[in-house]
Design a protein. Structure first.
Length: 340
């Protein structure tokens, strides 16, 4: 049953897909209240979508457009949904038993995989994982089985990434540092990675996934460099390598910050390659990428610069290492403010 609190507006009963339409005038807001019976005590996955400002299931806040796992007792339960008028106000509420598994999400355009260029792959790969279990998953780690990967190996020792713990309903990237094997046969491009997710607790069997790394002509094309940011999340920068060796002093860096809605790959692509300088275009982390260079984006840009310094020593014959103490800061549009 669904009712409304907000002036007695018209409520259209749920359609075949469970969508409820509330008749509001432009600019109005109202609460819709729905009641249902949970058939037994167990873990449920609840999701609400539509023109929703706030949603609650009992005393728990429901995120909009993202499922939440929670334990519900057997018996009556109430959903409260605050709607706003944008044409026809509507919401969709779905309740289902929790799936007892992990789910590997699609790759994000904001955090792509690295490219292979100049004899190096820099230097972090990841899978985005959603815990749809009703319990914690602990000690979650990404592996690269040596017997399945002839061209790429995992970085061992101090370069390893710490395992991840995921709460019920939580999604997070799980990362792994990798490098190309030296002295092997010529690479077959794209380079295929056979990845495996393992956990110390909460995962009955490992999950397998396949990803591919592009191969790029480092002296003629821009490409992507992946790294771990200060908060441990995988991020990526667009890069152009210097066309000539730089000598013992190393190569300076042109650090270019992009504007709103310009991906890092396009920012780097816009530059011609330089004879003796690296071009580095980090990704600005914000809802509207390129508007947050003064905060998290500022820290990310410095992390990208440090990652370029490490990566450049593996590049080619090691004669184009980046001197990150010599930097030209520049930017386009909002990136120009960040450069200041």
């Amino acid at each position: 049953a669904v009712g409304s609190r907000g002036g007695g507006r018209r409520v259209v009963a749920p359609d075949a897909e469970g969508t409820v339409v509330l008749g509001l005038r432009p600019g109005e807001q109202a609460w819709a209240v729905g009641r249902f019976q949970a058939r037994k005590s167990m873990c449920y996955s609840a999701k609400v979508a539509g023109t929703v400002l706030v949603a609650l299931l009992g005393d728990r806040i429901l995120p909009v457009d993202w499922p939440l796992q929670l334990e519900l007792p057997k018996g009556p339960a109430t959903v409260y949904v605050r709607l706003y008028s944008q044409g026809a106000s509507h919401f969709h509420f779905r309740l289902a038993p929790c799936p007892q598994r992990l789910r590997i999400l699609e790759d994000s355009e904001d955090s792509p995989l690295p490219d292979v260029a100049g004899g190096a792959a820099g230097d972090v790969v990841h899978l985005r994982v959603h815990n749809t279990n009703s319990a914690w998953v602990r000690g979650l780690a990404l592996r690269l089985p040596a017997e399945l990967n002839a061209d790429v190996e995992a970085v061992e020792g101090s370069g390893q990434v710490a395992p991840v713990a995921l709460a019920p309903g939580q999604a997070s990237p799980v990362s792994l540092r990798v490098r190309l094997r030296r002295g092997g046969p010529a690479l077959a491009c794209p380079v295929t990675l056979k990845l495996r997710l393992e956990a110390a607790e909460g995962l009955e069997a490992p999950l397998n996934a396949t990803r591919q790394l592009r191969c790029r002509n480092a002296l003629e094309e821009s490409y992507m460099l992946a790294y771990l940011d200060r908060d441990g999340s995988p991020q990526a920068s667009g890069v152009r390598a210097p066309r000539r060796p730089c000598g013992a002093e190393g190569c300076p860096v042109i650090l270019s910050l992009h504007g709103m809605d310009v991906p890092a790959s396009r920012q780097a692509y816009a530059y011609r390659p330089k004879d003796n300088a690296w071009i580095l275009a980090p990704h600005g982390r914000s809802k509207f990428a390129g508007l947050n260079w003064q905060n998290q984006g500022h820290r990310s840009a410095w992390a990208a610069l440090e990652a370029l310094g490490d990566y450049s020593r593996q590049f080619g014959n090691g004669d184009r290492h980046a001197d990150i103490s010599r930097v030209i800061f520049t930017g386009h549009s909002n990136g120009g403010f960040g450069a200041l």
